[in-house]
Design a protein around this ligand. Structure first.
Ligand code: 5GP
Ligand code: ZN
Length: 110
């Protein structure tokens, strides 16, 4: 099992901020901003490269829930980041979205 599947299964502890049948949101263990949440589909999808017509419903569902998750953390302005693949810095091979906020960020993405 990958590390996020272990978190989903409850085998590795995490600070959960939202959970339902399809998705889990938890605090990043190494936050880069005052708010840094990781949102994952409960099904194992390796990366954005593996999104297809069968599983895209989980991705759209995540985006339905993102504003609610952000609001629960006290923010309504944030960055949503997905790192896909090695060059982009994806270290955990389970598709996830970073919600980052609580700080004034620059206009440049990188
Ligand atoms: P990536 O670099 O793959 O886009 O992001 C992976 C993120 O997962 C990193 O920000 C890292 O801090 C976080 N992370 C890695 N392992 C754990 C863990 O065991 N628990 C939590 N809460 N976050 C983790
Ligand atoms: Zn996984």
């Amino acid at each position: 099992m990958c590390i996020f599947c272990e978190i989903i299964a409850g085998n590795i502890p995490s600070t959960k901020v939202y959970e339902d049948d399809n998705i889990l949101a938890f605090k990043d263990i190494n936050p880069v901003a005052p708010v840094h949440i990781i949102v994952v589909p409960k099904v194992h999808i390796e990366s954005a490269n593996e999104i297809n017509s069968e599983n895209s419903k989980y991705i759209s569902y995540i985006f339905e829930k993102i504003s609610e998750i952000a609001k629960s953390q006290g923010i309504d302005s944030y960055r949503v980041i997905n790192n896909c693949g090695e060059d982009a810095g994806q270290t955990v091979k389970h598709l996830h979205f970073h919600i980052i906020g609580g700080v004034k960020m620059g206009e440049k993405i990188i």
